[in-house]
Write a protein that binds this ligand. Sequence first.
Ligand code: SAM
Length: 275
Amino acid sequence: MIDNNISPFIKWAGGKRQLLPYIKEKMPLKYKNYIEPFIGGGAVLFGITPDKAIINDINKALINVYNQIKYNPIELMDFLSKIDIQSDVEPKEYYYKKREIFNDKIMKSEYDIELASLFIYLNKHCFNGLYRVNSKGLFNVPFNNSLAKSFNEDNIKAVSRYLQKVTILEGDFEVACQNAQEGDFIFLDSPYAPLNDNSFEAYTKEGFDIESHKRLAILFDRLTKKGCFCMLTNHNTVFIEDLYKNYSREVIKVRRYINSDANNRKGEEVIITNY
Ligand SMILES: C[S@@+](CC[C@H](N)C(=O)[O-])C[C@H]1O[C@@H](n2cnc3c(N)ncnc32)[C@H](O)[C@@H]1O
């Protein structure tokens, strides 16, 4: 463990802060590399700060933020400070203007420091910290009416120091796990399986469908045969129970914050382990 004073620098749908105490309690005492193929906001990574970690996500704009914090934290904070100062005058108009610039850069594939600063600013000022995109992959979440600062300087510096030892990958979860070795610990927190037939999770324009969940279960079996420690979290549904029926399961009651439907704020999550 390296630095215990790190917090996620963004809010993220499906963030695992609430489950962290259970995850810590159930993780293996000793392991070689830590691999997190669905890193999102990194609540688990920053909660446990393993010495040797490999992180990955399919969201290219998100991975660009991790890389910019790792390699250019000071310049990134300069960009963010300027954005925050300018946003004070007409915050709502400013937000939509910045959202347009962000989407313009996504369309031009400009994955740079400016895009990273816009990503963090939009995340802190959008409704519920959601990253929702339309069919063209463009960010479309409305303003949340907050004037909060986009970042905490000490935290960005601490995250940057910690990330120096972390390998950052971008792409599909299966590729991220292809070099996993016996004794590695792999924490798998994919987008949720549907709670019912009408619900779906759209983190990226690709989404994560039923076939992806089945592919993940096959990977879980493969990693188990290799001798890796695997831990997976999801909604406690019949579909997930069935996919992982050969493994240990612990059901945990949680409060759901990200869903705007008040009836759906409580639920059950399951932690599945192969050890
Ligand atoms: C539930 S979130 C992870 C949340 C994270 N544990 C946290 O605490 O913030 C799931 C993540 O999986 C990513 N994702 C979706 N499909 C993927 C794929 N095929 N391969 C890798 N990552 C994917 C999404 O972009 C999203 O960031």
